[in-house]
Write a protein that binds this ligand. Structure first.
Ligand code: M6R
Length: 607
């Protein structure tokens, strides 16, 4: 969740570190800090809140020094203030950390008894004191770092700097990602390759349990026992191009509008629009031979998988088990050898999703990853990468990654249907044709912005909102609720429309807008009955439907948003857009921080 950068450089590093941290701000923005060795002493600047506050601080009080470490924080232990901001110091040692030191309480007690004073509430400070104590006991910096690492339990990425050695940074990884960047007479550490892209494309990823001794002209990687290990050096595809908002107010708005294009790119990777066929894939399993598919993911990615389940089961008659990754990893589910597992993640770094992947790896099933960041840990640990071609998604609220995940899942379901003989060549052609129309319909929906903005203005006056849908529109209702609560802070729930009468109907009154996602499909009438139940209790309905649905709804609505008539398979892709736009405009009216909503981070690398 936090972002780490370290540079053993040739010139003043603080401005370079801040530049790299900008690319990592998606990982956390509660506070930020930089430390260097300035005229032989450890020096640091830290600031609560976003990176811009740190920049102001550095403009007022610049930092000199050719070696430094930097950090952008997503708080786990201790409130987000300057005292808890990294880097943390202990005598001659400076540390930045991403993750959680699980045995920090025990270590803190031990170090306090040894006379070490804690100035922050963080778990990180124990690392600085542990290293410092080893130095005091006579170890050299590298041995001190190694001894301290051996005491740590939990998930962490670390960069450690030492006053007295201006040509040394020790990095360590156990869980959250950390990469070494190779320069000419300078070396770097970073949480991802994007952060290091302005400096170098030559990258070595540390593996779990690795720690690295990084100097200007050399680097060595060791395992926790201190044995030297070899890790592949590779050319990163990341570009130093800093993604900007173009002429949009927010990244989220820009990303919503990019969807017609990125859905089209993604689909083109999996289906042949001209031939009307799904493309053959080089998979580590055969769809025709497996009897189950396990899907696992978190948040929005999980909800895309839930929609995927409907497609795989309906089109390919392939049973799907889908789990929230944080549940999957601990519920000790028996995994059939005759199955395959797919993990869905925008960032490819989500800790729970990665842990689920490793659980399946141990169970010996073939593994595929639907990821947006191709160089991510989840991508690297999978047997096959099925990329979403959404491009960098900066807004914390996932939008274009979601519809691209849906595009991959729908295409895969068609491919599975072909392989399993559950659909004919003609049906495949019809489905691929339908998929090819998704970008065009998505574009048409974007033009409904004025009406959706008007509805959002109304929505922003309420404190609770209910979303209802059936079939694939049920997970979409949950996605609508997730989007709204995450960026507008309005409480929202998504329910299967048929479930309303089993409890949630008790909530319905004139203060509860109910957003119903109901294209005119084979179960439309059932949803209309649920709307009647809402209307009879004074609930205010916002109906998202198509022309036929609007004609036949026979219920008074507060507003009806009429979308184009679209083929069933692409409904969730096209209907995702008004859901995202509603959340976006509502958040704008509420005046919240749309791209960096409170308490959240784009990449969740802790449990
Ligand atoms: O990077 P991932 O797709 O693995 O992230 C999973 C969730 O953290 C993510 O989808 C989150 O729910 C989004 N902020 C939702 O908009």
């Amino acid at each position: 969740m936090c972002g780490i950068v370290a540079i053993v450089g040739q010139t003043a590093v603080a401005p370079l570190i801040v530049d790299a941290l900008k690319r990592l701000e998606y990982r956390g923005y509660d506070s930020a800090g930089v430390a260097t060795i300035e005229r032989g002493k450890l020096a640091r600047r830290r600031a609560e809140g976003k990176l811009v506050n740190l920049e102001k601080r550095l403009n007022a009080e610049p930092l000199d020094g050719n070696i430094g470490i930097g950090h952008t924080r997503w708080a786990t232990h201790g409130v987000p203030n300057e005292t808890n901001a990294h880097p943390h110091f202990s005598n001659d040692v400076a540390v930045v950390h991403n993750g959680i030191i699980e045995n920090f309480a025990e270590l803190r007690t031990e170090l306090t008894a040894d006379g070490y004073e804690f100035t922050s509430q963080t778990d990180t400070e124990v690392v600085a004191h542990l290293v410092s104590r080893e130095l005091k006991r006579g170890a050299d910096p590298v041995a001190a770092a190694h001894a301290a690492l051996k005491r740590l339990e939990g998930a962490f990425a670390l960069a450690i700097m030492f006053r007295g050695d201006e040509n040394l940074i020790v990095g360590a990884r156990n869980g959250p990602p950390l990469a070494v960047g190779h320069g000419e007479g300078e070396m770097f550490l970073g949480s991802d390759a994007i952060a290091l892209a302005p400096f170098t494309n030559s990258i070595t990823y540390l593996e779990d349990g690795d720690w690295a001794v990084v100097r200007r002209d050399s680097f060595n990687i060791f395992d926790i026992e201190g044995n030297s290990v070899e890790r592949k050096r590779q050319q990163s595809l990341s570009t130093s191009f800093m993604v900007d908002k173009g002429n949009r107010r927010h990244f989220m708005e820009k990303e919503i509008h990019e969807q017609p294009e990125v859905i089209s790119h993604t689909l083109a990777n999996y289906v042949d629009f001209t031939a009307g066929t799904s493309k053959p894939l080089d998979l580590p399993f055969d769809f025709a031979k497996i009897d189950r598919l396990a899907l696992s993911a978190c948040g929005t990615a999980y909800l895309s998988g839930l929609i995927g389940k409907y497609w795989f089961e309906r089109i390919a008659r392939l049973p799907v088990d889908i789990d929230i990754a944080s549940e999957f990893r601990y519920r000790e589910m028996p995994i059939s050898k005759n199955s395959a597992a797919l993990f869905i993640s925008q960032s490819g770094e989500t800790a729970d999703t990665l842990a689920s992947l490793r659980y399946c790896r141990k169970a010996g099933v073939p593994i595929g990853a639907i990821v947006n960041v191709r160089e991510s840990t989840i991508a690297r640990e999978s047997d096959v990468v099925l990329p979403t071609l959404a491009g960098p998604e900066i807004g914390v609220a996932s939008t274009k990654a979601f519809t691209c995940q849906l595009s991959v899942l729908a295409s895969l379901a068609v491919r599975a249907g072909v392989a399993r003989g559950t659909i004919s060549t003609e049906t495949e052609r019809v489905l691929v044709r339908a998929l090819s129309e998704a970008p065009r319909y998505a574009n048409q929906v974007l033009k409904l912005d004025e009406q959706i903005e008007k509805v959002a203005r109304e929505l922003s006056h309420y404190r609770h909102v209910l979303y209802l849908g059936r079939d694939t529109n049920f997970p979409l209702a949950m996605e609508g609720a997730l989007k709204l609560k995450e960026i507008s802070y309005i409480h929202a729930e998504g329910y299967a429309a048929g479930e309303l009468k089993h409890g949630p109907i008790a909530l319905i009154d004139e203060n509860m807008p109910v957003i119903v996602i109901a294209p005119h499909d084979r179960i439309f009438e059932k949803t209309v009955s649920n709307m009647q139940e809402v209307a009879a209790r004074g609930g205010k309905i916002i109906l998202i439907t198509d022309r036929k649905g609007a004609e036949q709804a026979s219920v008074n609505t507060m507003e009806t948003i009429v979308l184009p008539d679209v083929p069933e398979i692409i409904t969730p892709i096209v209907y995702a857009l008004p859901i995202q736009m509603l959340a976006y405009f509502t958040a704008v009216f509420m005046g919240t921080d749309v791209d960096q909503p409170r308490n959240l981070a784009k990449s969740v690398t802790v449990e």
